[in-house]
Design a protein around this ligand. Structure first.
Ligand code: TYD
Length: 141
């Protein structure tokens, strides 16, 4: 699993538009490349706060700015890439093994996350130095 930040891409979603508003649909294995086993969302994020600050060993995630905007910094231990999410009709695919930081949330932002697995605290790496050791092991094999 030598995932890099270059495997994390923005995926456009379709939008069904009419005068009463828009609807966007996300189906696992159709619009995103995994089955969705969990959905969660971040909201009421105070100005200036950061979220994330961890990596996952197995989890795939698809992150959508359902409302407002925020930035996502991705880091594979060698390369970093920052994405701005600000539209509900696209999202960011984050593959396993990538450190992420979410920051610069706009007022009222909602960060919707579709995840490939149920919550598992053992899937988290929350220590950046340990993450770098984990990545160095991967990159040297
Ligand atoms: P965490 O993933 O650290 O949040 P973020 O990356 O947005 O900063 O989760 C925050 C807290 O919520 C932590 O105590 C774990 C808990 N949590 C669950 O119990 N289940 C879940 O599905 C998620 C995503 C978090």
């Amino acid at each position: 699993m030598k995932n890099s930040v270059y495997d994390c891409v923005i995926l456009p979603l379709s939008k069904i538009h009419n005068r009463a508003g828009n609807i966007t649909i996300v189906e696992g294995q159709k619009n995103i490349p995994f089955d969705v086993r969990r959905v969660y969302y971040l909201y009421d994020i105070p100005g200036g706060e950061n979220r994330g600050g961890h990596a996952h060993k197995e989890l795939h995630q698809f992150i959508v700015a359902a409302s407002g905007s925020f930035n996502v910094l991705l880091d594979d231990g060698q390369n970093k890439k920052t994405f701005t999410l600000n539209r509900p009709d696209y999202g960011l695919m984050v593959v396993p093994g990538i450190w992420r930081e979410l920051f610069e949330f706009s007022s009222g932002a909602i960060c919707l996350v579709l995840a490939s697995h149920k919550y598992d605290k053992d899937d988290y790496m929350r220590d950046y130095d340990q993450f770098i050791i984990f990545r160095d092991n991967i990159n040297s094999t």
